[in-house]
Ligand binder design. Structure first.
Ligand code: CAO
Length: 415
């Protein structure tokens, strides 16, 4: 079967997590992704967080499926020639170097345009143009600078970062969308363009609802859906709202049976207004369905702590899965707190290919997250990540290099 991005060639100059997330998605949609790596060492993540001596780390393998790897010293004069051919050969160049690195290599936008006016040059940087544009950025820096950390955690605790890699993988997703949009526009203009996704911008985009609340707070001085209401005072900035949904439907995390020994015996419970009567019935508080202090969403807002305490008294008598089954019978939205251990075993995720088992020649079999985006006419088959330089000769041959020329490049340590 064909794939959505068949025929698109990607010169993948990405490393670590943010950029590789983007190019892995492009590869899953069918693009030929050629990962360019430093001879000898390659992407630094190959050797980071190793669990199998001598084998590429899970950090690397889980972010670089379906790609081909070529080693190339792109600062060597001969390496630059190879890179020029690659630029002419490909449709998209994706990079997430520190600011200015591509220019220092001699491949700024103008040069790339000269070589291939149809090329799309897509970059991830920590910050967009402005005061911080020269700064290097990693995941948690982006979470802090993009508004996630200041709004995550408990009111009486410090800012918190989240395990979801919204700075790296989140920005990679943004960039992938920018690239396919640019490819689409190229069909009518015939020209490439630059695509930039800054990690601060991507995190802020994902924190959009907190900017909404910032403006509501500035106007009204209070956020009635937040746990600080009604007993605590609000400052001038959106506070951390613990596990409160903070949105139109109040929700929080409640304990379930077994929580004393299981750190994940919890459930997210949403007290959705349309099913309030059912909630009252399930938790044995039938009178709340008609009590004026509880029967409307507005009346409930100052009493959310009391309501969730009553809900928790009920969930404490059930495991998270028992509670979920009962609540779903009544159409009450909720979700179990699932550990990675549970997710890795979840059969439905295996069935859809969101969790896949992959064979690797040096590390054996491992579990990974497959393509979370399903296209009905472009199915994803997850293939293992390439070994360092596994496709160097094959790619050079496609670029027109003969055996002797490849041997000379190897002797000069260019590849
Ligand atoms: N051949 C020769 N040189 C190469 C090369 C190759 N194939 N590939 C990379 N290099 C060189 C670069 O040109 C650069 O050289 P200069 O510093 O002389 O210009 C050098 O390797 C290091 O690149 P770097 O500065 O990008 O890497 P770093 O380890 O110093 O910084 C990071 C890493 C992530 C902080 C930085 O790349 C960055 O801020 N990137 C943008 C934001 C980003 O994506 N952050 C997410 C990181 S986690 O996903």
């Amino acid at each position: 079967m064909s794939h959505a991005l068949d025929g698109i060639r990607v010169l993948d100059f990405t490393h670590v997590q943010s950029g590789p997330t983007c190019t892995q998605l492009l590869a899953w949609f069918g693009a030929d992704v050629i990962k360019v790596e430093k001879p000898g060492s390659g992407d630094v993540t190959r050797g980071q967080l190793r669990d199998v001596p001598g084998a590429d780390s899970l950090y690397f393998t889980m972010l670089n499926h379906n790609k081909r790897s070529i080693t190339l010293d792109s600062k060597h004069p001969e390496g630059k020639h190879v890179l020029e051919r690659l630029v002419r050969h490909c449709d998209v160049l994706v990079e997430n170097f520190a600011p200015g690195a591509l220019q220092r290599m001699g491949f700024g936008w103008e040069r790339i345009q000269q070589l291939n006016p149809r090329m799309i040059v897509a970059s991830i940087k920590g910050f967009g143009p402005g005061a911080f544009e020269e700064c290097k950025v990693y995941e948690n820096v982006a979470q802090c600078a993009g508004g996630a950390a200041s709004t995550t955690g408990f009111d009486d605790g410090p800012p918190l970062v989240t395990g979801a890699q919204i700075g790296d993988s989140g920005t990679g997703l943004h960039l992938a969308l920018g690239i396919v949009a640019a490819l689409y526009q190229r069909q009518s203009t015939g020209r490439g363009q630059r695509v930039l996704a800054a990690m601060q911008d991507a995190v802020l985009n994902l924190c959009r609802v907190k900017l909404r609340d910032q403006q509501r707070l500035a106007r009204t001085g209070v956020l009635t859906e937040y746990p600080q209401y009604p007993n605590k005072t609000f400052g001038s900035a959106v506070p951390r709202s613990a596990n409160a949904s903070g949105g139109g439907q109040p929700g929080t995390i409640v304990k379930c049976k077994g929580w004393e020994g299981d750190p994940n015996a919890y459930l997210y419970f949403i007290a959705q207004a349309p099913v309030w009567q059912q909630i009252c019935r399930v938790i044995g508080k039938e009178h709340w369905a008609t009590d004026p202090d509880f029967c409307t969403p507005e009346a409930r807002l100052p009493r959310l702590a009391e309501i969730f305490t009553a809900i928790e008294s009920w969930t404490l008598t059930k495991t998270k899965f028992e509670a979920m089954a009962i609540l779903n019978e009544h159409d009450i939205p909720c979700g179990p707190i699932l550990s990675m251990e549970e997710l890795v075993r979840e059969p439905s995720l295996r069935a859809t290919g969101t969790v896949v088992e992959v064979e690797h020649p040096t590390r054996g079999s491992y579990v990974s997250v497959g393509n979370p985006i399903k296209l009905s006419d472009s199915p994803t088959e997850v293939r293992r990540s390439p070994l360092l330089g596994e496709h160097t000769d094959e790619i050079l041959a496609e670029l027109g290099y003969g055996g002797a020329a490849i041997a000379a490049l190897r002797a000069a340590r260019v590849i």
